[in-house]
Design a protein around this ligand. Structure first.
Ligand code: ADP
Length: 328
């Protein structure tokens, strides 16, 4: 059976982008077809300025939202990264295989480091090495497939390169993983800044739909989405990114193809209204499950404890083998 691994960072409240680009695929497809692990990658939340209590609170919230999105602990393993030491153990070995040039070429690093410097802050070394820890997350579980949004494809590619390099130098140790991307909404864009992705850690609040936004808040954000001065509803990601984003969101929520859906609209207003309704309909059941789970914190606690136990059991032999192979 295929092994699938993926994760979400507790650096902010989870967004519609996280759901359409990743979580929904995990819940509706991956957990049913593969031996799968889904992780709240809390160590990754320490790569930027952070507040300890907030990280802890957001980790718990992210784990609860994974379950509310439909992940079933009977079908898959849900856990928190820092509960399993193997991630950090393996990361160091992979740092001895990766090069600094390779790290500095990572697009997300370049963007985030530039933003941090613009703010006058310093860049944590862990921001540079973050993709190596992510490679360790993936390789520790002998993962075949990593379902992610488009923004993470380059990091999965690095995990592939490191696995191949390690295997060539030290003997076959790791499964070589590959990324799997959703066919629609692989990159949901910010509603106010359609040139940037809808990222939970970004600063454009009104352009981000959060999974726990109330329906009227979702509607307001969707109706205020930036479009362009045209009138015709056509799907053109380059020329009309705002409209294309709304069509992608609508298509991802209702099924269908963004270009074909576009042909059915004669105004941006009607498109926005339908897209808003579709998002509200997708979020309602998720929010209802979230409320139930919040009423039973002991359950979430147990799921995470059992999940960490199972994950440790899977990762330990792989990481031990890597230690032996590299000469320790
Ligand atoms: P964020 O950028 O919101 O901090 P994470 O790094 O925690 O997201 O990513 C969790 C998953 O959600 C990843 O698979 C990522 O590719 C996906 N994802 C994040 N933002 C988007 C987006 N705007 N559109 C599609 N997928 C996304």
């Amino acid at each position: 059976m295929k092994r699938v691994f993926s994760g979400v960072k507790p650096t902010g409240h989870l967004t519609l982008g996280n759901y359409l680009g990743a979580l929904r695929q995990w819940a509706e497809v991956d957990q049913h077809r593969a031996d799968s692990l889904f992780c709240v990658v809390d160590l990754h939340a320490l790569t930027v300025d952070h507040d300890p209590a907030r990280v802890r609170r957001l980790s718990r919230q992210a784990a609860t939202l994974l379950l509310a999105s439909g992940l079933d602990p009977q079908l898959c393993t849900v856990f928190v990264q820092s509960h399993v030491d193997e991630h950090a153990r393996l990361s160091y070995l992979l740092e001895c295989v990766a090069t600094d040039g390779e790290m500095r070429r990572m697009i997300q690093y370049k963007e985030k480091a530039a933003r941090e410097r613009e703010r006058g802050g310093s860049v944590r070394l862990s921001l540079l090495t973050y993709p190596v820890l992510m490679a360790a997350d993936i390789l520790a579980y002998a993962t075949h497939e990593v379902p992610v949004g488009d923004d993470q494809a380059q990091h999965v590619e690095l995990a592939r390169d490191l696995a191949v390099r390690f295997n060539q130098r030290y003997g076959h140790t790791f499964v070589v993983p590959k990324a799997t991307l959703p066919t629609v909404a692989a990159r949901v864009m910010n509603l106010q800044e359609p040139a940037s992705k809808m990222g939970k850690s970004d600063d454009f609040g009104p352009g981000i739909v959060y999974l726990l936004d109330e329906p009227d808040v979702v509607r307001k954000k969707m109706m205020r989405a930036v479009t362009d001065s045209g009138r015709e509803v056509v799907y053109d990601r380059v020329g009309r990114p705002g409209v294309a984003n709304l069509l992608e969101i609508l298509a991802a929520c209702t099924g269908g193809d963004p270009a074909a859906l576009g042909a059915g609209y004669s105004s941006y207003g009607a498109l926005k209204k339908d897209a808003a309704d579709a998002v509200v309909a997708v979020l309602e059941p998720l929010q209802a499950r979230h409320r139930e789970l919040c009423a039973d914190p002991g359950y979430v606690e147990r799921v995470l404890r059992d999940g960490a136990g199972k994950a440790r059991h899977m990762a330990r032999p792989v990481v031990d083998r890597a230690y032996r192979a590299i000469g320790l």
